[in-house]
Each structure stands twice: as C-alpha cells, then as structure tokens.
Design a binder for this molecule. Structure first.
Ligand code: F6P
Length: 375
C-alpha cells in the first residue's frame, strides 16, 4: 500500500476555457469524498510561487458548475521563466520548497499543451502532478477532446449562423475570424455546422485566387454573398512558406546569436500575420468586386457558461483525476477516450500538438458538400 493521500493542490493555467469550474468541482468533490483535502492556487503556476490560495470545500465548490471562466484565475506564467519584480527567473525550486512545506501530495494542473509542458518540468523536478486537457483549440495530443472546445464551437457556429442573414441582405462577403491558435478544429467544426462557403485552416495553406474563384462561381449562380470562416492561424501559401523557412532556421540554429535572430524573425512574422484577416477581406473585395466585411469573433468564444457537453466532459475528467490520485497514480494527463478516460504519461503529451489531419473526415465532409478550402 502506498502513502495515504491527504492534501492536493489545483490550479488553472493558460487561456481560460468554459468548463474549468466544472472540472475544479469534479476534482474537488471527488477528492473530498475520498477524504482528501484540496487547496486551490490562484493565477496559474504563480499561485504556487506567491502562496495565492483559495481553500476548496463543499461551500466554495457549490454553484460553480455552470459558471464561465475560472474561480481560481489563470495566467500564462511558466515555472521556469516567471517575471518576478521585473526580472525573469526560474522559480522551479521555490515551487518545490513550497510544495513540500505545505504538505501537498500532488498538484492538479488544468490547461492545454503549454500547461502539460510546465507540469512535466515539475514532474522532472520530483513533484507529483496530474493534468487535465482544457482548451477551446482542441489541440492537445493524446486525448479525444479537450473541454472548452464544445462550447466555443457552439458560440462560433451561432455567430456564423447570424452572419448569413446580414451577408445575404447586403450581398456581401463576410470574413469571420475564428480562434484556435495554430489548429483549425474550431474553424472547421463551426464552418461545417454553420454552412460557411469557404473554410480556411492553418493546416491547408490557401490560394486567394482559388477562394475568389469559388465566390465568383456562387455569384454566377445568382448567389451574391459568401461567408468565409478563417482560422486565426490560416495562411496563404506564400506566407506559409516564409513561416516554415523561419521555423526551420530556428530549429537549426546552434549559436545563441542565431537563435535570437531566428526568434526575432518569427516574432516579426507573427506581428504581421495579425492583420491577415483584414488583408484577406480586401483582396477578396478587389478580386470579386463584392463588398466585404470582417468579423473577428475573439474572446466571446471563450466566455460565458459552458455547454452541457463541456460540463459532462470536464466533470468526468476531473473526477477521474481525483480517483487516480487516490490510487497513487501521478505524472499523467487524464485523457478522454471514448466514453471513458485514460491516464497518459505527460512525456507523451508535452511538446506535441494535435492539428487537423488534411484527410480528416471533417475535411472530406466539407469538400463533399462543396465547401471551398482555399486549395
Ligand atoms: O488557446 C486558447 C486561445 O484562445 C487561442 O485560441 C488564442 O490564440 C489564444 O488563446 C489567445 O491568447 P490570449 O488569451 O493570451 O490572448
């Protein structure tokens, strides 16, 4: 028999996501039922450094299932590169000392790919950690799904639905930018569900002439409006080549100087890319002679109450995490696998990203119903 687990910590890191509170409640209620005390740490990994706490008991866990955001607050702070008093420091040893001093047996980290990487670093430093896959982007490796995605998908779909009537009334192209970082799941799902005429994904670099041609074909058939769902990470073929070259340069860079140079180049490309949706809309207007408008969905996709699907997923992943902890299983992400869950070693998750395979059934479906994917 292993040591009886007495006290665990929990934190939420990275961008907030609908379902975080449902997951906190799932972990918390199940842990309390196992006789395990649970302490919430505020604002991601920073809470572990600065002792920002919230004791989680029956009353703090009550009434949060349906609430958006995270009652713990979040941040993108990394344990090994945290800004403290204006200086970037490695705080791993401080976290380790605090973990021991506070008598924690494990820290549950709710987050996406970045959080898995940070949790793995803490695992390598000797701490017990467990992660849950959360992100609206659905891009965490080794899990069927992440919580937050289903809600964001509903919101993005409803927005595309609403854009149809205004685009139709004004005979316009409306280019709707959807979140998702470098993965196209949200755009592809919402594009299919909302009936977008063009769907542009980071995984399929586009040719603007081909998009314009698809829109003109619709016009020739008498349909003078089009909805273009574009992922924030989607790129033209030319931009994609430039980005890929800069990324290769960074990969191959040996000296600190070369690394710095490659990173600066990538950062400049990132900044330039931020205006991509607006540039695309202008290009389409010029090529099709149809008026065009842009809608950037932005943070509404992450806000508000989680859908039923996300509440269920987050609750069952959270509850499974507490069950694993009680059994003394650590160093894993609790993945969604079919109707069940699976404990996947963090080494298999960290540093990997689940992007849309170009032959995925959703991609084939979109093509089958005549949607232009820009290629
Ligand atoms: O990872 C979730 C996400 O919303 C991405 O879709 C988006 O690219 C990013 O976070 C935005 O980050 P921030 O909240 O730091 O602006």
């Amino acid at each position: 028999m292993g040591k009886k687990i007495q006290r665990i910590g929990i934190l939420t890191a990275g961008g907030d996501s609908p379902g975080l509170n449902a997951a906190i409640r799932g972990v918390g209620k199940t842990a309390l039922n196992h006789g395990i005390e649970i302490i919430g740490f505020r604002d991601g990994f920073r809470g572990l450094v600065e002792n920002r706490r919230l004791k989680l008991d029956k009353s703090t866990l009550a009434g949060i299932l349906t609430v958006g955001g995270t009652i713990l607050g979040t941040s993108r702070d990394k344990p090994h590169r945290m800004v403290i008093d204006g200086r970037t420091k490695d705080m791993t040893d401080v976290i380790k000392e605090n973990y021991l001093e506070w008598g924690l047996d494990c820290v549950v980290c709710l987050g996406g790919g970045g959080t898995a990487k940070n949790a793995l670093r803490l695992k390598q430093a000797g701490l017990n950690v467990i992660t849950l896959p959360k992100t609206i982007d659905n891009d965490v490796a080794m899990t069927d799904a992440t919580f937050g995605f289903a809600t964001a998908l509903d919101i993005a779909t409803e927005t595309i639905d609403r854009l149809h009537s205004t685009a139709h009334s004004h005979h316009r192209i409306i280019v709707a930018e959807v979140m998702g970082h470098r993965a196209g799941w949200l755009t592809l799902g919402a594009g299919i569900a909302g009936g977008a005429d063009v769907i542009l994904l980071p995984e399929i670099p586009y040719d603007v002439e081909k998009i314009a041609e698809a829109i003109k074909r619709r016009s020739r058939r008498g349909t003078n409006f089009s909805i273009v769902a574009v992922a924030e990470g989607a790129m033209s073929r030319d931009d994609h080549r430039t980005f890929a070259a800069a990324e290769k340069k960074l990969e191959r860079a040996k000296s600190i100087h070369d690394k710095k140079e490659a990173k600066t180049e990538l950062a400049a490309l990132d900044v330039r890319h931020q205006g991509n949706t607006i540039r695309l809309a202008k290009q389409l207007e010029e090529l099709t002679h149809l008026e065009s408008r842009v809608t950037i969905l932005g943070y509404v996709q992450r806000g508000g109450t989680p859908s039923a699907a996300d509440r269920i997923l987050a609750t069952r992943l959270g509850s499974a995490a507490a069950d694993l902890i009680e059994k003394g299983v650590f160093g894993v992400m609790v993945a969604a696998r079919g109707d069940g869950t699976e404990a996947v070693p963090l080494e298999k998750v960290a540093g990997k990203r689940k992007i849309v395979p170009v032959d995925h059934s959703w991609v084939r479906t979109a093509r089958s119903v005549g949607t232009c994917l820009g290629d």
